[in-house]
Design a protein around this ligand. Structure first.
Ligand SMILES: [Ca+2]
Length: 239
């Protein structure tokens, strides 16, 4: 383990509380959350996170996903964030041709999909405006630099509708059953800054690790609206 990683881990230890072993869970950004969408081709099933996001310049989006589709690779919409008339402000979607698209402000970057159905992955992407950068990570490792895929790096406006499991073609609607996602999400989180490679590696290494600095969206029970057959599951044990 390198020194930077060790120092971040030490700063995140939940010291000083011997009464409640779950004290870390109450810290912003540390709650373990887990959701399940059972059906692949239903537009009625999704998870909406009602938190109003601030205007985003730099940001990071991470989630654990374990898809239960029938293709070899995962397909469907992981995250869809619409603001106003633009429904692809932030969109993470896998198609059935082994391509994952990372849409930011209606512009798309594409990566080859290495994520198989039935296997759990930690997936993240980061965006910074100055310098311009978009990076795609799987299981704590940067897999593709998507910076040149985007010709404009404008802020993402505040507000919006954040949904897991369906692709919005209109605000909170316009879903397409072929773009639905079936499977599990854990710890979906948005930060208003780009996490470092080391921080993303720490998040991937353990479900119970957390990077609370600059969290602007997380799936706390009060923020989550379950639609259709979407279900809240008990979190996995930490590893
Ligand atoms: Ca669509």
């Amino acid at each position: 383990m390198n020194i930077e990683k060790l120092s971040i881990l030490i700063s995140l230890l939940c010291l000083g509380d011997t009464v409640n072993s779950n004290s870390c869970d109450r810290q912003s950004g540390c709650l373990q959350t887990r959701f399940y969408l059972p059906r692949k081709t239903q537009t009625s099933d999704y998870i909406r996170i009602k938190t109003a996001l601030p205007e985003l310049h730099d940001f990071t989006v991470c989630t654990r996903i374990k898809a239960s589709g029938t293709n070899r690779k995962i397909d469907g919409t992981v995250i869809s964030f619409a603001v106003g008339a633009k429904s692809n402000r932030i969109l993470l979607i896998a198609d059935n041709q082994n391509v994952i698209t990372v849409n930011i402000n209606d512009q798309s970057g594409q990566v080859t999909n290495i994520m198989q159905n039935g296997v759990e992955y930690h997936a993240c992407f980061t965006r910074t405006i100055a310098p311009r950068s978009v990076k795609w990570y799987v299981n704590g490792v940067m897999k593709k630099d998507l910076t040149s895929s985007y010709s404009q790096y404008e802020p993402i406006p505040a507000g919006g509708v954040f949904i897991l499991g369906q692709d919005q073609d209109a605000s909170a609607g316009g879903f397409d059953s072929t773009q639905a996602f079936a499977g599990e999400f854990q710890n979906p989180t948005v930060w208003s800054r780009a996490l470092s490679d080391t921080e993303i590696s720490i998040l991937s290494d353990s479900k119970c690790s957390c990077i609370p600095d600059a969290v602007v969206l997380e799936a706390t029970p009060d923020a989550v609206q379950l639609e259709g057959a979407a279900a809240l599951l008990l979190p996995d044990d930490c590893f």
